[in-house]
Design a protein around this ligand. Structure first.
Ligand SMILES: NC(=O)c1ccc[n+]([C@@H]2O[C@H](COP(=O)([O-])OP(=O)(O)OC[C@H]3O[C@@H](n4cnc5c(N)ncnc54)[C@H](OP(=O)(O)O)[C@@H]3O)[C@@H](O)[C@H]2O)c1
Length: 303
């Protein structure tokens, strides 16, 4: 089996490697040619243009896109719609919004091109562990391309989730859950840190302990153990927490369907708060307490 891969970033590059490890040939393309040169050294078939991907695949072709969601993915989807032939298949593997998949799927279908959306989880560990893959789109096409998902995923690590958009929808919710779980661990460790017992507790050891048969054992907790062992109280880090969009989409979705998601929503809001150390909101709160009750405030120059 042979597949085209567009995008050789942190994800795409290792996915190509994993596919090749499972005897799937890959025609690899990237905007910057140096990454194509690099993966060619490792056995991939090089493509320096999208046309070169097409030319090096037999019909019906399968092309996987692994680019940042939004303009980069939109541009490539528009190009593929025109470039590929009827019967070919596009797999959108980046973190696209599920509503974009529904549009893409219809527009591709107008040209006879099939479309699968694949939500991929696994990050930089995926090469070794496998990528948990959530797929939306026509089930017969998913079945036909199952060897690709099987190669990428760990054992039992892929699933057909439903029609166009279902894969990325499930992946979006997965990321929302990730925010909530991370927040819960962070708050728990902070509570211990602030307690009279905090000083004596080794958080790396505690994370390891909790991973031994406890209800809250998890891979995130294994990663926490690694982080605490590298830096006991994470002194090397600023408490600034970014987000990459799926958490926001999860919250917007919950508003759309009036589904209460207080944990997922608060976890996102906490990330926003982390980026505003001297938040205007808190200055307003302090000012109001001073105005109505004469309560003491901390002046900026007191810091
Ligand atoms: N990293 C993760 O843990 C993770 C996990 C699951 C899903 N994802 C999703 O997977 C996708 C890829 O993520 P990544 O971590 O591999 O990203 P990345 O390391 O930032 O790589 C991005 C890739 O996209 C290319 N690219 C960026 N902008 C482009 C544009 N305007 N036109 C054409 N190519 C462009 C880059 O090419 P150049 O080399 O030329 O810059 C690079 O190959 C994203 O949708 C991301 O949300 C990531």
């Amino acid at each position: 089996m042979r597949i085209g891969m567009i995008g050789l970033g942190r994800m795409g590059m290792n996915m190509v490697r994993r596919l090749m490890q499972h005897d799937i040939e890959v025609v690899a393309y990237n905007r910057s040619a140096d990454k194509v040169d690099q993966i060619k050294q490792e056995g991939a078939i090089a493509a320096y243009t999208l046309q070169e991907i097409k030319d090096q695949l037999e019909p019906p072709r399968t092309v996987w896109s692994m680019l940042p969601a939004g303009p980069a993915t939109d541009a490539v989807m528009n190009q593929l719609k025109e470039l590929l032939d009827a019967g070919d298949t596009v797999i959108e593997g980046g973190n696209s919004h599920y509503k974009d998949d529904i549009v893409n799927s219809k527009e591709m279908a107008d040209n006879g091109i099939k479309y699968l959306d694949a939500g991929v989880s696994g990050g930089i560990w995926g090469l070794k562990v496998g990528y948990c893959t959530m797929v939306g789109g026509p089930k017969d096409e998913f079945k036909r391309l199952e060897p690709i998902f099987k190669a990428l995923a760990p054992e039992n690590g892929y699933m057909h989730c439903g029609p166009a958009g279902a894969g990325h929808f499930v992946k979006m919710v997965h990321n929302g859950i990730e925010y909530g779980l991370m927040q819960a661990y962070a708050e728990g460790f902070a509570l211990i840190e602030d307690s009279p017992f905090g000083e004596n507790i080794d958080f790396g050891e505690l994370s390891d302990l909790w991973n031994q048969g406890s209800v809250i054992r998890s891979w995130l907790l294994e990663l926490a153990a690694d982080a605490f062992k590298k830096s006991e109280r994470l002194e090397d880090l600023e408490g600034y927490v970014d987000d990459s969009g799926e958490g926001r989409w999860t919250v917007l979705q919950s508003v759309e369907t009036a589904t209460p998601t207080p944990v997922l929503t608060m976890a996102l809001m906490e990330r926003f708060s982390s980026r505003r150390p001297n938040d205007f909101r808190n200055r307003v709160l302090a000012a109001l307490r001073r105005e109505f009750g004469g309560h003491a405030v901390k002046k900026a120059e007191d810091k």
